[in-house]
Design a protein around this ligand. Sequence first.
Ligand SMILES: [Zn+2]
Length: 231
Amino acid sequence: MTIDQKSTLVTEIDIEPEIVDAKSLADKFDFYCYFCDKKVKTDSTHNKICETLVKSNNFYCPFCIRNKFYTKKRWDILQLTFRGIIGYLYWKSYRAKIKKLYLCEIKDIVEAHAEMGLFNPAFNYDPDTYIWFIDFSAIGAAKRQVDVEEINKTIVNILTCFNLAESTTGTQSHKIFDKYKDAVDLFYSQRQRPDGKTLLVPTLSGCGGTLDTSFDYDKCRNFLPKNLNVR
Ligand SMILES: [Zn+2]
């Protein structure tokens, strides 16, 4: 290759930088998804796409739009999360004087619980929020529906990923499972959400063992991946 050819190549890939004007910066804004409550950053271009698809005054995040949760379909979706447990592991088994877990172990557990749940096609998962979306249109007695027990079994399998007897000070798994099961039964039979709330977030409060009663279990309810920090 001659020097001339080289300089031609350089010229060809010389790209003009994109000029970002003040207007398009001002177009960026945050919103909370109407269905899953995820905080999302958007701009007018992406917002326009959402508006066109959704045709509603409510904002929906890309995950919920992709899964058509802006349609009637969402009435069959129970949202639940294991944040109450993930947050507990972080605060009480990692951020404790005597650590029971390393941070990477908690991350592995979170990964494992996602993998386990996704074996069941009625379960959908958003890793940004740790929220599970269970499609109850797949559950029932019709030919192409499966028994509600398949939901409960998957929840039990997910709970085993947390290995609570070891990773906490003796939580009784069946007690936390009962909190999920009661909400699953209610949603299955009446399409009613727990306490009228969109998201089911049970905590380990009252789940036995030698759990610290002075601990603020509620702070685990809002635990997000961004909170999983090294300390
Ligand atoms: Zn959403």
